[in-house]
Ligand binder design. Structure first.
Ligand code: AHR
Length: 320
């Protein structure tokens, strides 16, 4: 009998050693399908992609699958549907276009996959998405037009360089300028959307405006890269701009290099559009996983940077 107890005890001791020393069974990774706009769209987009890749790591418990639209809304929709077929746990979308997402939202809902909008709000009813973490682009635009009005120029002849036509970023910023121009009697002497928010296209566009003899005293550019492109055109034509120049330059995004141009007086104003959504999406998904209540519509806090008040210390401290 004693031998039987000894065998049982030995077995239980060995079993407990094996079980206790076995690595803890790792929780399964949360698969996140991220439908990003384009690989090389702007410095803002590069920072945004990097933020998502840096935050949604396997060490943080995520399997991030990024697909890029490369300028095509149709490709984004097809890629999103493919991710739904792959049964990702979450679908996160930054849309090249704000409209045309109903079929994807319906598929995700039918599959029980939470749909999260990031960066750019999409035209979807509230019951067709789980949450959004976006910028309020019309509010960004109004910050710029309020600042512009406060400059009290005798006249405003504005060249409006727009981003990708139909993106919520372009639609919001453009609406703010349209409304302010109508309310204040400003003239938009030229307006054109740049495919892919492209800096080179902005240089060519403003060159054409200058060559046509169009008189202007404001460049309202819907991102930093295109504003820099416009300045290349003005440099080529010997037109002065910025804090001590003849043309006011307004930009959006507040990339670090652009804020240096604000310090240097080359940009008069830069309106922040914060790309660092990775940590925000991680917190949102972790809160959902934990059954915690989450904000349905979260807008990112953003500020403006004025060449009259910005400091080098502010630029040096900027994270992107
Ligand atoms: O959606 C944000 C916009 O997209 C940024 O202003 C622009 O630079 C980016 O490409």
């Amino acid at each position: 009998m004693k031998k039987v107890f000894a065998v049982i005890f030995t077995f239980l001791a060995l079993f407990s050693i094996v079980v206790c020393s076995a690595p803890a069974l790792a929780a399964p990774l949360i698969t996140v399908g991220f439908v990003q706009t384009n690989t090389n769209e702007s410095d803002w987009r590069t920072a945004n992609t990097k933020s998502m890749q840096t935050a949604l790591t396997k060490e943080a418990g995520f399997d991030l699958k990024i697909v890029f639209g490369e300028g095509s809304h149709e490709k984004q929709v097809a890629d999103a549907q493919a991710l739904i077929q792959e049964e990702v746990d979450y679908l996160v979308i930054a849309g090249i276009q704000s409209s045309g997402w109903e079929s994807v939202a319906r598929s995700a809902k039918d599959a029980g996959i939470p749909l999260i909008m990031v960066d750019r709000k999409l035209d979807l009813a509230e019951d067709m998405y789980t949450a959004m973490v976006c910028s309020d682009f019309e509010a960004e635009g109004k910050k710029a037009t309020d600042w512009l009005k406060a400059q009290n120029k005798g006249e405003y002849n504005i060249v409006h360089i727009q981003g990708d036509a139909g993106s919520s970023a372009q639609l919001g910023r453009s609406k703010a300028l349209k409304d302010a121009a109508a309310a204040n009697g400003w003239k938009i002497v030229h307006q054109q959307a740049m495919k892919g928010w492209d800096e080179g296209l902005a240089t060519a566009e403003v060159t054409n405006v200058i060559d046509a003899g169009t008189k202007f005293n404001v460049i309202f550019s819907e991102n930093d890269n295109m504003a820099r492109g416009a300045e290349t055109a003005m440099d080529n034509a010997g037109i002065t701009y910025g804090k001590n120049g003849s043309v006011i330059v307004i930009a959006f995004d507040a990339n670090k290099w652009a804020l240096q141009l604000v310090v240097d007086g080359k940009f008069n104003l830069d309106v922040e559009c914060n790309p660092l959504h990775g940590p925000r999406i991680v917190k949102l998904i972790n809160d959902i996983e934990a059954g915690k209540p989450v904000d349905k519509n979260a807008y990112v806090d953003e500020e403006i940077f004025d060449s009259a008040t910005i400091t080098q210390a502010i630029v040096d401290a900027r994270p992107y």
